[in-house]
Design a protein around this ligand. Structure first.
Ligand code: ASC
Length: 182
């Protein structure tokens, strides 16, 4: 009984008295084998660290996450406007509120220098025209926030118009700074 039992060691079994994996039949590891194993561990470590260097810049996941959240709210708003899904005032208001919250996050944090490298649809032009990019981003944030505010108590025409204005701010930035979907 006791902790030995729960650690997988049966103290009453002499074959397992030292270690459960030290079962009969294995021979002590030779010096050459040991060296080879240590070298292969080093090789694996080198490979892992070079893979780590080739890893995506964390800002790419950050900005793609933001883009996903923007789309998760703006997408159904557009779909409702187009009649692809039934218009629902409460849902429209909810998407608008969340969209405003998402564009209130620090989006430029997703575009630090050096994050143009890697598996990304962000064009290098962003970092060559950073002021213009930032201005477009701020315009989008302003119109999307206004959309969130417009929804409360507004008629469908006013909401639709502001969805269109906001969509144009998405498009103008994507046209210039986002690679096309394949
Ligand atoms: C969307 C979406 C965009 C914008 C843009 C508006 O729903 O995915 O990128 O709206 O198409 O023109």
């Amino acid at each position: 009984g006791g902790w030995l039992r729960y650690s997988g060691i049966n103290a009453h079994d002499s074959q397992h008295a030292i270690h459960p994996l030290h079962f009969p039949g294995t021979t002590p590891i030779g010096a050459f084998t040991m060296t080879a194993r240590i070298l292969s561990l080093f090789a694996a470590a080198c490979l892992c660290s070079s893979l780590a260097l080739a890893e995506e810049h964390p800002a790419i996941a950050y900005r793609e996450s933001l883009m996903t959240l923007v789309g998760a709210n703006f997408g159904p708003m557009v779909a409702m406007l187009k009649g692809e899904i039934p218009w629902d005032d409460a849902r429209m208001a909810g998407y608008g509120k969340d969209l405003k919250a998402v564009v209130g996050l620090n989006i430029m944090r997703g575009f630090p220098p050096g994050s143009d490298q890697g598996n990304t649809k962000a064009k290098p032009e962003i970092w060559k025209n950073l002021e213009d990019f930032q201005k477009k981003l701020e315009t989008m944030e302003m119109e999307a926030a206004k959309l969130g505010d417009t929804i409360a108590g507004a008629d469908r025409k006013a909401i639709g118009d502001q969805i269109a204005v906001t969509g144009d701010t998405c498009k103008s930035c994507h046209d210039k700074y986002k690679k096309k979907d394949d």
